[in-house]
Design a binder for this molecule. Structure first.
Ligand SMILES: O=C(O)CCC(=O)C(=O)O
Ligand SMILES: [Mn+2]
Length: 203
């Protein structure tokens, strides 16, 4: 096992963190290329009956369509760098004996312009991800606090990781049943961060 790699096991949670899975040169070049070359959109959410812009930008690639946050992300051709990363990460999962039913056939990307952009508490538990979703998350750019807490139980301490600059997190097992995660707003002056989540989606 890589010395940068730590596994966290808690009741209902299995998580692996690999620090600097990508080297710092690679992660900067990748962030710039993906920002320039992918099609980014800003989604809308309903809040108290009004439509407001989501506090982040989203892009994706996938062999199959995926319904995320009530929005259908249609199948979309892979960016060559994302296709390459997908295969490297599939190799990493295999080496670590983490099984995915459909390989990593979808990648959702989020771009947080500053500390004011965010993602609220949620689980990635859509039916099409299966009963034990494997979420492979790569973070580029400015580190941000990624938080996890057990759902409906504050007896178990939440977890927090600063994730950026090529760090990899893999959530697996029953994590998406019992734990929620979020990237909350911060007043800190921070540069942009991009997050790539590779998923295994049933068609
Ligand atoms: O930006 C992150 O680290 C989290 C992204 C996330 O939870 C998601 O895309 O579902
Ligand atoms: Mn998520």
């Amino acid at each position: 096992m890589n010395s940068n790699q730590t596994i966290y096991i808690r009741p209902g949670l299995s998580l692996c963190v690999v620090r600097a899975w990508l080297s710092s040169e690679d992660e900067q070049a990748l962030l710039a290329a993906l920002y320039a070359e992918l099609t980014w959109m800003q989604g809308e959410i309903r809040l108290f009956g009004r439509s407001v812009a989501e506090p982040r930008f989203t892009a994706w690639c996938g062999d199959v369509s995926y319904t995320y946050s009530k929005r259908v992300l249609e199948e979309r051709a892979w960016h060559p760098r994302l296709r390459e990363l997908r295969h490297q990460l599939e190799g990493w999962l295999e080496a670590n004996a983490i099984a995915t039913p459909h390989n990593l056939n979808h990648c959702l990307l989020n771009y947080y312009r500053s500390g004011q952009d965010s993602m609220g508490w949620h689980r990635d538990n859509e039916l099409e991800l299966g009963s034990q979703p494997v979420i492979v998350s790569l973070s580029l750019g400015a580190p941000r606090r990624f938080r996890l807490r057990q759902k409906n139980n504050d007896a178990i301490s939440p977890l927090t990781f600063e994730l950026g600059h090529g760090d990899l997190v893999v959530m697996y097992g029953l994590t998406q049943t019992h734990w929620e995660h979020a990237l909350l707003k911060t007043r800190q002056e921070l540069g942009p961060r991009m997050n790539l989540t590779f998923r295994s989606v049933a068609s």
